[in-house]
Design a protein around this ligand. Structure first.
Ligand code: URA
Length: 237
């Protein structure tokens, strides 16, 4: 594994920040200063220090991906490209999995981790973790829809959705909205709009719990969560 990846995984910031840190000469592998961010090491064997402090090799990985359209939120599949296929091998080694599912054509914020406990808490129906989506809708979204989503709509299988907050960003033949829901039924956002006679033509998750999609991530890109983001996630679930 590359030293910059090792340090980024260990919470020392983004690859860019880690590169700067390496340049300062603060990082040693087996007591030798390394400045080249491409230096390879074997985490289980080599000893790394930053400013003289030993860096414990971590067990967990926490990633934020801007999921692109056309890939599925699964760990493996015989036919389709999965979000795991988009990860570097150094990250796949940790065997992360997506926290919840986005549809194949949905883009945006997806957390990937191998921390089963955190994933479980984020997904538990009891925790009501809010998820916010930006969507384009075929048809005019109205104040009436806001009210109907607030009181709960009946999906085609009879399920009545929990109160959801709909914000209209623009309304016309194609409307733009933000919708915050606190549950995660299959195709929930699309089905909620079908329930009020409209169709979602584009769907992007922009927030999960306290975590906002990093706007600098292009679709298909991902990064490690910072220590602050990990703590924030843990403290709100
Ligand atoms: N709701 C949907 O309809 N699709 C998603 O991918 C996520 C929420």
């Amino acid at each position: 594994m590359r030293i910059d990846k090792f340090l980024a995984n260990s919470g020392f910031g983004s690859r860019k920040e880690v590169k700067k840190l390496l340049k300062t000469g603060a990082v040693k592998i087996n007591d030798e200063v390394v400045k080249d961010s491409q230096t390879q090491l074997t985490p289980e064997v080599d000893g790394v220090t930053v400013h003289g402090e030993i860096v414990e090799y971590k067990e967990y990985i926490y990633l934020m991906m801007n999921k692109p359209s056309g890939v599925i939120s699964a760990t493996e599949d015989n036919h389709e490209t999965t979000v795991i296929d988009l990860l570097e091998l150094d990250d796949q080694r940790f065997e992360p999995f997506p926290v919840g599912r986005l549809d194949k054509d949905t883009v945006g914020l997806l957390i990937l981790t191998n921390d089963g406990k955190l994933a479980h808490r984020l997904l538990s129906p009891k925790k009501h973790v809010p998820k916010t989506y930006y969507a384009k809708i075929e048809g005019v979204v109205t104040e009436d829809d806001i009210e109907r989503f607030r009181s709960g709509v009946t999906l085609e299988d009879g399920y009545i959705t929990k109160p959801a907050e709909l914000v209209i960003l623009s309304s016309g033949n194609e409307s733009e909205i933000e919708l915050t829901i606190t549950e995660g039924k299959f195709h929930q956002v699309k089905r909620m709009f079908i329930a009020v006679g409209k169709k979602v033509s584009f769907l992007m998750r922009i927030k999960m719990g306290p975590l906002l999609l990093d706007q600098t991530l292009k679709q298909g890109e991902y990064r490690d969560l910072t220590n602050e983001e990990i703590e924030l996630l843990k403290s709100t679930t």
